[in-house]
Design a protein around this ligand. Structure first.
Ligand SMILES: Cc1ncc(COP(=O)(O)O)c(C=O)c1O
Length: 454
C-alpha cells in the first residue's frame, strides 16, 4: 500500500521562523511615512505594534527563534499533515504527482493562527491588553479571537460587511472565543461613519476594515493593531508551514518542481513558498506560483507602486503591486482574497523573477474545489481552492506537453463555513468577474502623486 499522509512528530515542529529577507537578491524597498516621504522608523510604528514585532518587521537575521510559549500552543495542531493527493491525480487523469500541505487542521480552520498566536503573545508580553483587527472571510478574525482567548487579551474584529452577511457562523465562532465583532464599515469609527454616509450599501472591503481597526488601535493606549497578512513579520511566522513541508517531502522521497499557493495578502503562500525560495536561491530549480482571483488580480495586473494599505490612508506607504487603495473588489466568495495590495516581500520576489502569478475565474475555482472534495474528501475554503485550480492547471499543461511534474500546493483552510458559496455555485448563481481596463485606470488614479518605487 502506498503512503497517503506524511506526518511529523511534535518534536519536529520548527524551532525557528525563516526570514527570506536575509537571502533576497534585491532588498525590499522601505515603507514610507506618507507625511514626510521618509522611511518609517520603529517609533512611527510603536503606537500600533509591540516592539518585538517591529524588530521582526525590519530584521535581516536569517532565522528568528520561536518562544517556548508559542511552540506550546502550536502543539495543539502542528505539525500539520502533508498528503499525496493520489485520488485527485486519478480524478484529474494526470501523470503528475500532486502533494498538499493541509493547514485546515488548526482549531479555527486555517493557517492564520500560526501568526495570530505569535502576535497575541508579543502584545501580552509588552503589556497591551486588547487587539483590534479586520477580517475578510472570517478566518483571520476567528484565528485572532482564538489566540487572544488562549493568551488572555481582549479582541475587537471589524468584519467586511459582505462576509458578515454571508458567513453568520464565522461571527458566532469569533464570539465563542470571546471577541467583539461588528460589520465593516461600522458606526464605531470615524472612517466607518464617513464611508457609510457616502456609500450606505457598500459590501465593504479589507481596505476599509483595516482603516477601522487601525483607527481603533491608534486611539487607545491599551490596544494594538493586528494584521493577518501582508507585513514581513506575519509572513515570517507562517514559514513553519514550508519548513515542515520540506521535511515531509523528504519523507515522501520527493521534491517539488512546482510550489503553489493562493494569494490574498500573501501569508499562506509565503509560509509555504519562502523555505523553498531559499532552496531556489541556493540553486535548486523550482517554479513558484501565486494564484489569485481574476476579480482582484493584484499581482498579475496591478501596478508596482507605493500605495496605502487601507482605504482611508491611515497606514504608511507600502511598495507593492496594487489595484489602488480605494478599490472595492467584486463580492466574490473568496473573501480572504479581496485585498487591493499584496505583501511587499512577494511583490519584490515577483519583480525579481523568483515567483510568478496567475489569476482565475471563480466558477473554475469552484469546479476544482468540488473535484477535490469528491476525491480527497476535504471541502476546501474558496480561497484555498484557487491553489487547487492552479495545481490542476499546472498538471494539465504538463500532460499536454507530455511531461510529469511533482506539484506541491498549500491547502490553507477548510470551507465548512463557506457552504453558502457552494450552494450558489450549485445553483448556477456565481458571477464570473474579471477586472476590466477601467479598473486599472482607476488604480492609476488612486496612486497619482504618491512616491514611485526605485
Ligand atoms: C483559508 C484562507 N486562505 C487564504 C487566505 C488569504 O490570505 P493570505 O494571502 O494572507 O494567506 C485567507 C484569508 O482570509 C483564508 O482565510
Amino acid at each position: 500500500m502506498e503512503q497517503t499522509k506524511f506526518l511529523l512528530d511534535e518534536s519536529q515542529i520548527p524551532r525557528r521562523w525563516y526570514n527570506v529577507r536575509a537571502d533576497m537578491p534585491s532588498a525590499p524597498q522601505p515603507v514610507l511615512h506618507p507625511g514626510t516621504g521618509e522611511p518609517v522608523g520603529p517609533e512611527d510604528l510603536a503606537p500600533l505594534f509591540p516592539m518585538e514585532l517591529i524588530l521582526q518587521e525590519v530584521s535581516e537575521e536569517p532565522e528568528v527563534p520561536i518562544p517556548e510559549e508559542i511552540l506550546d500552543i502550536y502543539t495543539l495542531w502542528r505539525p500539520t499533515p502533508l498528503y499525496r493527493a493520489r485520488r485527485l491525480e486519478q480524478a484529474a487523469g494526470t501523470r503528475s504527482r500532486i502533494f498538499y500541505k493541509y493547514e485546515g487542521v488548526s482549531p479555527p480552520g486555517s493557517h492564520k493562527p500560526n501568526t495570530a498566536v505569535a502576535q497575541a503573545f508579543y502584545n501580552k508580553k509588552e503589556g497591551r491588553t486588547r487587539l483590534s483587527t479586520e477580517t475578510g472571510a472570517g478566518q483571520w478574525g476567528s484565528a485572532l479571537a482564538f489566540a487572544c482567548k488562549l493568551i488572555g487579551l481582549e479582541c475587537k474584529v471589524y468584519m467586511v460587511r459582505i462576509s458578515y452577511d454571508q458567513k453568520p457562523f464565522r461571527r458566532s465562532m469569533i464570539e465563542t472565543w470571546g471577541a467583539e465583532i461588528v460589520a465593516s464599515p461600522s458606526e464605531d469609527t470615524q472612517c466607518g461613519r464617513a464611508i457609510l454616509e457616502e456609500f450606505p450599501d457598500t459590501p465593504g472591503s479589507l481596505g476599509i476594515a483595516i482603516s477601522e481597526a487601525v483607527e481603533d488601535a491608534a486611539g487607545r493606549d491599551d490596544t494594538s493593531y493586528s494584521l493577518g497578512s501582508v507585513l514581513n513579520h506575519v509572513l515570517l511566522h507562517q514559514t513553519v508551514i514550508g519548513q515542515e513541508a520540506l521535511a515531509q517531502m523528504e519523507m515522501a522521497g520527493a521534491f517539488p518542481d512546482v510550489v503553489i499557493g493562493c494569494v490574498g495578502g500573501g501569508s499562506n503562500f509565503a509560509g509555504l513558498a519562502f523555505p523553498f525560495i531559499r532552496e531556489k536561491i541556493a540553486g535548486r530549480e523550482i517554479d513558484v506560483l501565486a494564484c489569485e482571483p481574476a476579480a482582484c488580480p493584484t499581482l498579475t495586473r496591478g501596478l508596482f507602486a507605493y500605495d496605502f494599505g487601507d482605504t482611508s490612508k491611515l497606514t504608511p506607504l507600502v511598495p507593492m503591486h496594487t489595484l489602488g487603495h480605494d478599490f472595492v473588489p467584486a463580492p466574490i466568495h473568496a473573501g480572504g482574497l479581496r485585498y487591493h495590495g499584496v505583501a511587499p516581500l512577494i511583490s519584490q520576489l515577483v519583480n525579481d523573477g523568483l515567483m510568478r502569478a496567475d489569476a482565475y475565474l471563480q466558477s473554475d475555482v469552484f469546479a476544482a474545489a468540488v473535484l477535490f472534495a469528491g476525491s480527497e474528501g476535504i471541502i476546501p475554503a474558496p480561497e484555498s481552492a484557487h491553489a487547487i485550480h492552479g495545481a490542476l492547471e499546472v498538471a494539465r499543461e504538463a500532460d499536454e506537453a507530455g511531461e510529469e511534474r511533482t506539484i506541491l500546493f498549500n491547502l490553507s483552510g477548510h470551507g465548512h463555513f463557506d457552504m453558502a458559496a457552494y450552494d450558489n455555485y450549485f445553483a448556477g448563481k456565481l458571477e464570473d468577474v474579471a477586472l476590466d481596463e477601467e479598473g486599472i485606470e482607476r488604480a492609476l488614479h488612486a496612486i497619482e502623486g504618491l512616491p514611485t518605487p526605485a
